[in-house]
Design a protein around this ligand. Sequence first.
Ligand SMILES: C[S@@+](CC[C@H](N)C(=O)[O-])C[C@H]1O[C@@H](n2cnc3c(N)ncnc32)[C@H](O)[C@@H]1O
Length: 409
Amino acid sequence: MRGFVRANDKYAILRAPCFTGVFVSGVGQNMFLQYQNKAAREDILGKSLQSHLVCEDGSGASSNRLIRGENAEVLRHLLCDSSVRGRVDLVYIDPPFSTNTVFRMGKERANTVSSSRSDSPAYADLLRGTSFLEFLRERLILIRELMCKTASIYLHIDYKVGHYVKILMDEVFGAHNFRNDITRIKCNPKNFRRRSFGSVKDLILFYTNSARYTWNEPRAALREEDLCRLFKKVDKDGRRYTTVPLHAPGETRDGSTGEAWRGIKPPKGRHWRSDPKVLEELDRCGLVEWSANGVPRKKIFADEANGKRLQDIWEFKDPQYPSYPTEKNIDLLKLIVSTSSNEGDLVLDCFCGSGTTLLAAEQLGRNWIGVDQSEQAIAVARKRLAAEQATVFRAKADYDFLRLAPSDA
Ligand SMILES: C[S@@+](CC[C@H](N)C(=O)[O-])C[C@H]1O[C@@H](n2cnc3c(N)ncnc32)[C@H](O)[C@@H]1O
């Protein structure tokens, strides 16, 4: 098979342009990536600090923090802070995707597609192959130590490297804690003259820290066309509805749901969904529809339907005029934050860029920590946070702004 050579029972070599020297090994059901210079977990966690954190703006005691600095070092600082270690409820990260690109922004625009060479660099995404994988793995190991038992992590990545990163996530968080790989439709169809299909998606890997995790079931509103398809009937008051059987599979041996109601026994192999007394009450309230030949069904009204379950393909296109290159759609972040955290919880984004995650957390009443090493990213994030806080009439921005300073400074 091209691109994938099986070397022996234990190892397989993945040959991709920049990922030569990456092996997949397996022990039981667990898969691992093997490559040169892969550091031991203990060495990653045991590295000593090279700097200190300085509070530049704020009280120094706020529950929200924006930190400018290299994130592995910042994460190590946070590990020394008992108010953060083991207390982060939700992590979203959108790291560089190993695109071999320098992302630029000018005064007029931050749009990646139309950036100019004269625009100043916002950040460089130049790590390739195993250096990229190890960069990410180091940060994932540090992040996991910060997460509480019920925490979740969402990692945004693209399809060129996503399959390698999935194995890293399995290693760090456990394959049993994998919940979803979410396909995110990120843009409109493209019309490039490439001899392949247009690419309109990226990927979000969703893992939790254990089997018991925060989950606020999200529901998607039904569209008009769904309502017409699913609720075909209209009653005398103009309300759309549909009907469902009043019985369900399985026979009741001697409970009331196996008995006759209004002289009708449930069909063979089935039982009434509710006790006949409840069925009587439903009928009294006008919630049972009787067919011409006397078969009862329950009415379900469109205006009482609780939306539909969300699936793992999400359409959240990124802003057309972003304030920062690779800025993500805030509604995407609001969905993640509201589903996987509660009010007052702590949300971390250590590749925060223009602060989209922090804004979503702020708007939804969560506490937050954002980290980025780019001066431009921090400037944009501060501007967006100030605009957000102005809308809620806060006199002073409610967050501490910190930066890393060398230890000998
Ligand atoms: C894809 S962008 C994040 C965009 C963000 N989600 C948004 O909505 O604006 C990745 C960010 O990671 C930052 N970054 C990359 N490596 C970093 C590191 N080692 N430490 C801190 N920040 C880093 C870059 O400066 C960049 O702003």
